[in-house]
Design a protein around this ligand. Structure first.
Ligand code: G3P
Ligand code: MG
Length: 357
């Protein structure tokens, strides 16, 4: 409305578009910024450092709380990124807290998977490292693993046995969450099979499979190595093939993350929230619901994840494929063609700002 427009600062007219950036293979390779990402991102801020264009990071990666990832990204890119702007593969696990709030759940993956879950509100969560440590001889290969003695299971965060109000060995695991890329595939597959086929207590008789959730299902992704690395989807295939050989009923699971349409619906809702916070006029919740984007750009490197998902999400999504990660083709991808193919994220931002401003 007119009144709302008057309340805004000069030059802060609400943009009708938003941007979602993939991280691995677009913004970073390993921990190194690529494709001119720091310059590109800086163009989305005003000279005084305030956000000018609503954007989020929409990554299938994770392993640390959104607040910590925001701080890391701020350091790497030289701008102020808020936790709200970081949507990771596991971010939707937050929505499952009601169902599992006081149940024992196991969190799998690199980084601090149990800290991530307890920040979402899960009260009885153990990392698979810590969980496995209670069961003597559960991993017959542990003595050959040079790292096992140093294994850090969210030490500073999670209580040790003496402080736990329950008995890990007899309490059944009610849910398993693969939060980030598993580190010790062999041990993790073994322990997950133990939990899932026993109905929640390793070594017990067979029982009903507890629910299993994956943050994403990427077969491969772009890290620091010159060619793709196996991702969470590859781990899922390994676990599933083995489980289905040793168990009478097939593995049941749910995968979140891109290309699941839910990830794009959620991203749109988060972008709307950012708009209402940035261009704060009147009732925030109503504003967030009302704001309609003419276009949301998904800038990604993986045709079967980022582009497939954005294309399937449809209006207002517009897919942009870079050549800095998984995709290196000369022309467009044949099976999942993007609306636009560019070399780098910098080129993508150039295109978007020329078109929109
Ligand atoms: O482990 C991270 C990988 O699966 C994908 O990350 O940022 O390319 O969605 P991203
Ligand atoms: Mg990527």
């Amino acid at each position: 409305s007119q009144q709302q427009q008057q309340q805004q600062q000069p030059g802060t007219q609400r943009p009708s578009f938003g941007i979602a950036f993939d991280i691995d293979g677009v913004i970073l390779r390993g921990r190194n910024p690529i494709g001119g990402s720091p310059q590109a991102i800086r163009r989305l801020y005003a000279d005084d450092g305030t956000l000018k264009i609503p954007f989020i990071f929409l990554t299938n990666g994770g392993g640390v709380p959104e607040s910590k990832r925001a701080t890391e990204l701020s350091g790497l890119l030289g701008v102020q990124i808020s936790p709200l702007q970081v949507v990771q593969g596991h971010s939707p696990f937050r929505e499952l807290v009601k169902r599992f709030e006081n149940e024992l759940v196991v969190a799998v993956g690199k980084g601090e998977p149990a800290t991530v879950m307890s920040e979402y509100g899960f009260k009885k969560v153990l990392s698979i490292d810590e969980y496995a440590s209670y069961f003597d001889d559960i991993d017959p290969l542990s003595q050959y693993k040079a790292w096992s003695s140093k294994q850090a299971y969210d030490k500073n965060h999670m209580p040790r046995e003496s402080q736990l109000s329950y008995n890990v060995l007899s309490d059944s695991v009610k849910g398993a969450f693969v939060v980030s890329d598993p580190v010790d595939w062999g041990r993790d597959i073994q322990v997950l099979c133990d939990i899932l086929r026993s109905g929640g207590i390793p070594g017990r008789e067979k029982g009903h499979q507890p629910p299993l959730y994956f943050a994403a299902d990427d077969l491969e992704y772009q890290a620091a190595f010159p060619c793709e690395r196996l991702g969470m989807g590859a781990f899922r295939i390994a676990l599933e093939s083995i489980f289905n050989k040793i168990h009478s009923s097939p593995l049941e699971y749910i995968s979140f993350g891109k290309p699941n349409p839910f990830a794009f619906k959620n991203a749109e809702a988060v972008l709307r929230q950012i708009v209402s916070k940035t261009y704060n006029t009147g009732n925030i919740m109503n504003e967030a619901k009302e704001h309609k984007f003419s276009t949301i750009y998904m800038i990604g490197d993986n045709p079967s994840v980022d582009i497939k998902g954005a294309n399937k999400a449809g209006d207002p999504w517009f897919s942009v494929l870079t050549r800095t990660g998984v995709f290196r083709g000369k022309d467009n991808h044949t099976q999942f063609p993007a609306n636009l193919v560019v070399e780098t994220v910098e080129e993508a931002i150039d295109y978007i700002l020329k078109k929109e401003l």
